[in-house]
Design a protein around this ligand. Structure first.
Ligand SMILES: Cc1cc2nc3c(=O)[nH]c(=O)nc-3n(C[C@H](O)[C@H](O)[C@H](O)COP(=O)(O)O)c2cc1C
Length: 178
């Protein structure tokens, strides 16, 4: 397999605006990833969450290298992925704000503390409690891979979907999977 560096020469590839306009057609689930370290509680809105492997049970998501939480999450052993319910889009906006500190983000909401000391957002649709399994390079992002140690499916409801820069509920049923 070629390394990332040998495959890419700067300037190759479609330009950023074109890439973003294409990706706006791709709906994503909206999650908030939380963690805690000596500096306190951290949270970030993440749309790149996907399942990766069944055995072992792995998930992954991508974090931009230039943002405040990046180095903290790379160093952490544990994090929690919360899949937001459709009435929790406000949490997505809150944890996407770079003008607020982690302390300011958490002081305005209700949360509990896990046995490992991580903030657990209340009433999420489902939560994946993870230990860090691997970290891979991904251009200007890092790819975080988590081993899922616990899943809580505490609450009824439906997820928020992000599409064309707006939040949506799940649309109409088209067909069953065969
Ligand atoms: C719906 C949604 C999905 C997002 N997904 C990601 C993601 O997967 N990875 C990431 O690094 N940032 C993602 N972000 C952006 C971060 O939540 C946050 O807004 C950004 O990192 C703020 O940093 P900055 O303004 O300092 O660059 C997402 C934001 C939103 C609203």
């Amino acid at each position: 397999m070629k390394s990332e560096q040998t495959k890419y020469l700067k300037g190759q590839g479609v330009d950023t605006d074109r890439f973003i306009s294409g990706m706006r057609h791709v709906p994503t689930v909206v999650t908030v990833v939380t963690m805690a370290d000596d500096a306190g509680n951290w949270g970030i809105t993440i749309g790149s969450f996907v399942s990766l492997s069944l055995d072992p049970p792995l998930i992954c998501f991508n974090v931009q290298k230039t943002i405040a939480i990046h180095d903290a999450i790379v160093d952490t052993d544990h994090f929690i992925v919360h899949v937001l319910r459709e009435d929790q889009a406000n949490l997505s906006d809150l944890f996407a704000r770079s003008d607020l500190s982690g302390e300011e983000q958490f002081e305005s909401i209700e949360y509990e503390v896990s046995e490992k000391g991580l903030p657990v957002l209340k009433d999420a649709l489902t939560t994946f409690h993870c230990s860090q399994y691997n970290l891979l390079p991904g251009g200007d992002h890092s790819i975080l891979i988590g081993l899922v140690e616990r899943v809580s499916n505490g609450n009824p409801g439906r997820p928020v979907v992000y599409h064309q820069r707006a939040y949506h509920g799940i649309g109409r049923h088209i067909a069953d999977h065969h």
